[in-house]
Design a protein. Structure first.
Length: 270
């Protein structure tokens, strides 16, 4: 059995009884950061053997772990904090185990993204977890552009030294939406900063600690009820736009694809 074992994201009292029991009973613990996990294990008097399993060694160590699983042993995977396999190399081990017929068992617990969401005041009925944005500017901007049209609340993780630049790019690409910065969740200095993106940037200062960034989804404004797509398209043609440009503008206004507009206009023989 491969166990995916949640660990506290700050407060050690969030460790579950079941997680402690499983970590004591398995044959091996695969940890993203052995030094950090060792402190956790020592606190709960857990003496199970441990192996490092991070982004740099996931392929070679993953094969070793797989062989032990195939031999009938049980292994628990733990992240630095929170749920393994979320922005974490544990996801690759899960795929490897599934491909080889190994059973997977979740041991639920703390998670920074969902903990931030439920306290954010933003829409929790629909949300999108985006994890860490790419580090390079070009890739990061492309990444954000793709997300900017999402109607769901979007959840990011970001390091403090990149937070200000990240927020400035969000303001540029997303517009000045409502946002929340959740800092140092479950720790002594836990804090929620809420407001427009521009307000948060203005009051950011020197960011310290671990951050979850939440942005409200895009709100699409409805076109005037007396104006329909066909009339709007005709008006653009009368103003001198060519058909391709008119379709593009209509697509933006009515939030539909140009293909849908084309099919509708063909049916109406416009």
């Amino acid at each position: 059995m491969l166990y995916l074992c949640a660990t506290p994201i700050g407060n050690l009292e969030d460790m579950t009884f079941r997680a402690i029991k499983i970590l004591r009973e398995v044959n091996l613990i695969a940890a993203e950061d052995t030094r950090r996990t060792r402190k956790l294990l020592t606190h709960f008097e857990i003496h199970t053997p441990m192996i490092r399993f991070d982004e740099n060694c996931k392929e070679s160590v993953g094969e070793k772990i797989l062989q032990r699983l195939l031999a009938g042993e049980s292994v628990a995977v733990v992240s630095d904090a929170g749920l393994p396999a979320i922005s974490d190399p544990g996801a690759d081990l899960v795929k490897l185990a599934i491909d080889n017929g190994i059973k997977i068992c979740p041991i639920p617990g703390a998670n920074a993204a969902l903990s931030a969401l439920i306290c954010s005041g933003l829409d929790t009925s629909k949300f999108l977890f985006a994890g860490f944005a790419p580090k390079t500017k070009k890739n990061r901007r492309e990444f954000l552009q793709k997300l900017s049209a999402s109607e769901e609340t979007i959840i990011f993780y970001e390091a403090p030294h990149r937070l200000k630049i990240f927020m400035e790019e969000l303001a540029e690409i997303f517009g000045d939406r409502q946002a929340v910065l959740a800092r140092e969740l479950t720790k002594i200095h836990e804090e929620f900063l809420r407001g427009k993106i521009s307000e948060l940037i203005k009051n950011l200062g020197e960011p310290r600690g671990e951050f979850v960034v939440l942005i409200e989804g895009k709100k699409f404004s409805e076109p005037p009820p007396e104006e329909n797509l066909s009339d709007f398209y005709k008006k653009l043609l009368e103003q001198g736009l060519d058909k391709k440009s008119a379709m593009r503008e209509a697509a933006k206004k009515f939030n539909v694809s140009r293909r849908d507009i084309y099919n509708k206009l063909i049916k109406e023989e416009i």
